[in-house]
Design a protein. Sequence first.
Length: 270
Amino acid sequence: MDRRQFLCTLAAATLSGAATAAGATACSSTSVGIATAAADETTTAAQAPARSLLPPPPTSARVPLPGGGALTALPGSGDLLAITVDDGVNSEVVRLYTQFAKDTGVRLTYFANGQYASWTDNAALLRPLVESGQIQLGNHTWSHSDLTTLSKSQVVDELTKNGKFLRNTYGVDAAPYFRPPYGKHNATTDSAAADAGYTVPTLWYGSLSDSSLVTEDYIVSMARQYFTPNAIVIGHLNYLPVTHVYPQLVDVILDRKLRTVTLDDVFIRP
Ligand SMILES: [Zn+2]
């Protein structure tokens, strides 16, 4: 095979659809022209529009909340993924996660602790996404205390104060979804939370394991492990490494044909 044939074959092998036809046309010109055309076509292929995330399921597919205990997974047809991210210790991470949602359309649920300035700092950026339903806000208590160490009235106060903050700042009601800090809850805390309107302790199936500082590679490996159909996955708005691996997280979601959802995308509110 001479250089010209090689370039034509290379173009045909690496280009798809219309680009292949263009490459074939280029192969009728001179060798020099072919080399240029092949390089141009390769550039065009590299600039093809990025794959986009699947939209949420239709409203008609929503189901009643199962009730009767903590929520750890999603029901449904098998392509749903609920990415839920918590706390908000670092304002820059809240900003970058929200920008990630804005840029890609990924649907997220934030379990916020209103004590952190991040929720006020980023209100202007975040509010439109909350209003459109792309990002849902859940209640993670005001001060991130282990609820099992508190009295019933303290549990009510933690959730009520945080719920009021979220309503005043974003105009939405986080109830009935709450996530007990550290996942720690029991019949007493669940009963107190229900008294405050929070009837759904929302736990998780898998974790990005980034509540403390871990490496970017580790976070991607956790995503590969836990971004699976019907999973509720927990991550954190606390440390920067996750904000450096958004393309890798999107690749896992796209490769597995998963559909990111908020809890409100899946369940009918009681
Ligand atoms: Zn937390």
